[in-house]
Design a protein around this ligand. Structure first.
Ligand code: MEV
Length: 462
């Protein structure tokens, strides 16, 4: 163990900052700027990303702690998603080139081929009170109806609004985990939170349950001695919601897939596509990348609508491992001349509460989508996830992913070299038929900027 003095000396060496959160935004900026060679330039750069309107900036500053600037991401639109007969122009917030273009291309193809079809399977959310208790389990089980009533009554003041909207607590179950950890039990609680993600609602109910559970053991005449002691470990929602499930699928005749590649018939394309999906179903390495492509779309719409994309991702990946092995979230059927491709996954999204109404652009995203309820947003997000995955597999089994990706990435590379608009236009023209590679773009720019010297460099290199 490190002694206190040694520890302090170590922290000093590591330049530990004390009381950072208490500083004003300008003080924070000034302090952090000392870590840069040119502090004034750092502050100027950070400030250049402040919102012009101080009121709007304040909204962003208050989302999180210790903010010193804003971190911009592109806000794009993937138009023409035909979902259950309705057209949506989908907002996507993502930094990765090609994702919005891929979603848009897929949306266009499927809007000409019947569109996306969806079904909400269930919308149940889950929370747990984890506790340690050493007593007669059968007795506790027999008292569960009483306990349940007590718990539900204790949260009436929290649940009444949600109940008016058709939601609330669905059930409370006692789970015996003593085989895994000595004296460990859970209250597993299921909730319906209608259009909200419901995280605060669920966690508030659970914390109230924890207090009530402790009192129940103390006050109940059926428990004596050590049975009256219940140690609450924690009360928290679970981000795993295997009963909050949506399915999205597309379907068309095989011959309609003939336009996907010059060299493949629709049937050949579907054959290759099916193999690619089967590989993702049996191979964990491929499944991870396959599902990542789905989350390209889902995270982008989750971000654009102010939803918690980390929760959505954590849940989706756990669901992909539900049978003990991580696998693809999509499934495919190619039979009787038809191509049927489907995504089924948990999507824990909200359209009221949280950031959905606070972030000015999240609000606009929801408006653009026609102010959907949570179920409709689940349908839209699943369709976008399927669209991105379809586009990725399509590219992978035909011309490969790099051609399109690097074409989109060309601008990023050009920007790294501070290319002017004129240089960008020339580069786009030059690379129209050529392979975009970092070195090739660098060479191209050098030859544009200094043709004579560049020729010499190439000559000397040879
Ligand atoms: C890249 O962001 C996503 C892909 O790798 C997905 C996939 O391989 O299916 C293209």
């Amino acid at each position: 163990m490190m002694g206190l003095n040694k520890k302090l000396a170590f922290l000093k060496k590591k330049e530990i900052i004390c009381g950072f959160s208490k500083l004003s935004k300008n003080q924070k900026l000034a302090l952090i700027s000392t870590h840069f060679e040119n502090p004034a330039e750092f502050i100027k750069e950070m400030k250049s990303f402040f919102h012009d309107d101080p009121e709007k900036q304040k909204i962003f500053d208050e989302f999180s702690e210790n903010t010193i600037s804003n971190f911009y991401f592109p806000y794009g639109i993937a138009p023409n998603f035909l979902i259950d007969g309705k057209v949506y122009h989908v907002p996507m917030v993502i930094e990765e080139s090609s994702v919005v273009a891929a979603a848009s291309k897929s949306a266009k193809f499927w809007s000409d081929n019947g569109g996306f079809h969806t079904e909400i399977i269930s919308t149940v959310k889950i929370g747990q009170v984890h506790f340690i208790w050493n007593g007669n389990v059968d007795k506790l089980r027999s008292l569960m109806p009483d306990l349940k009533e007590r718990l539900i009554e204790s949260t009436r003041h929290i649940t009444s609004n949600m109940e008016q909207r058709g939601g609330g607590i669905l059930d409370i179950e006692l789970v015996d985990k003593t085989d895994d950890i000595q004296d460990y039990f859970q209250l597993k609680v299921t909730f319906e939170t209608i259009d909200s993600m419901g995280a605060n609602f669920i966690n508030t109910c659970l914390e109230e349950f924890a207090v009530e559970l402790k009192s129940f053991f103390i006050e109940s005449p059926y428990f004596t001695g050590k049975e009256k002691d219940c140690e609450i470990i924690m009360s928290i929602l679970s981000n795993y919601t295997p009963d909050c499930i949506v399915t999205a699928f597309v379907e068309c005749n095989l011959e309609n897939l003939g336009i996907m590649d010059d060299e493949l018939t629709g049937e050949q394309f579907a054959w290759k596509f099916e193999k690619a999906v089967r590989i993702a179903q049996i191979d964990t390495y491929r499944a991870t990348t396959h599902n990542k492509g789905i989350f390209n779309g889902i995270d982008a719409i989750a971000l654009a609508t102010g939803n918690d994309f980390r929760a959505v991702g954590a849940c989706g990946h756990t669901y992909a491992s539900r049978n003990g092995k991580y696998t693809s979230l999509t499934d495919i059927k190619v039979e009787n001349g038809k191509f049927h491709y489907q995504l089924t996954m948990p999507l824990y999204l909200g359209t009221v509460g949280g950031l959905t109404n606070l972030h000015p652009l999240a609000k606009k995203s929801l408006e653009l989508l026609g102010n959907p309820n949570a179920k409709d947003l689940m349908r839209i997000a699943a369709s976008v996830g399927l669209a991105n995955n379809f586009a990725a597999i399509k590219s992978l089994v035909t011309k490969g992913i790099q051609k399109g990706h690097m074409k989109m990435h060309l601008l990023n590379i050009l920007n790294q070299f501070d290319a002017t608009d004129e240089e960008k236009e020339k580069a786009k023209e030059y690379f129209y038929e050529k392979k975009v590679m970092y070195n090739a773009v660098e060479s191209f720019l050098k030859s544009l900027r200094n043709p004579i010297q560049h020729k010499k460099i190439i000559y000397a290199g040879k």
